[in-house]
Design a protein around this ligand. Structure first.
Ligand code: FES
Length: 147
């Protein structure tokens, strides 16, 4: 099994253990912060403020520049950047290659699929922009290739 498969399974196993429990409140406190019962992962600080469903702006840093684009509810960060004519790093668009990985600098996001990310990535506020939608009015990300 590849490291990427191990990472994705690690998150799915957490979700599975929650679904098996009859005491959801107890299980919730045992989960890595932000992992949801439906397999999505929410990251941002503070986590309990990540409830805004009307995102407005995304700021992204890549290739030595920062751009600000409009955000649309339910649209991934990568799709918003591409719709605005930007060309950030990406390849597969399905959460596998990690070319679109970025670090969340401010705001909140919901990772729709863990893809190739490990629990450690989420704890470091790292996300895949092709699988992440904004959950706050403003989201700021820095593509990992810029570090
Ligand atoms: S583009 Fe491949 S993981 Fe996002």
């Amino acid at each position: 099994m590849s490291k990427k498969e191990v990472c994705a399974n690690q998150v799915r196993d957490k979700v599975g253990s929650q679904e098996d429990s009859s005491d959801v409140s107890l299980q919730s406190s045992q989960l890595t912060e932000g992992i949801q019962a439906d397999g999505t992962v929410i990251i941002g600080e503070p986590l309990d403020s990540c409830t805004d469903e009307n995102p407005e702006k995304i700021t992204a840093t890549f290739e030595g520049m920062s751009v600000e684009v409009d955000a649309t509810s339910g649209q991934t960060i990568l799709d918003s950047l591409l719709a605005a004519g930007q060309n950030p790093p990406y390849s597969c668009m399905s959460g596998v290659c990690t070319a679109c990985m970025a670090k969340l600098e401010s705001g909140c996001i919901q990772q729709l699929e863990p893809g190739s990310l490990c629990e450690e990535n989420f704890n470091e506020q790292e996300l895949l922009t092709c699988q992440a939608v904004p959950l706050s009015k403003r989201v700021k990300v820095r593509f990992i290739s810029e570090n």
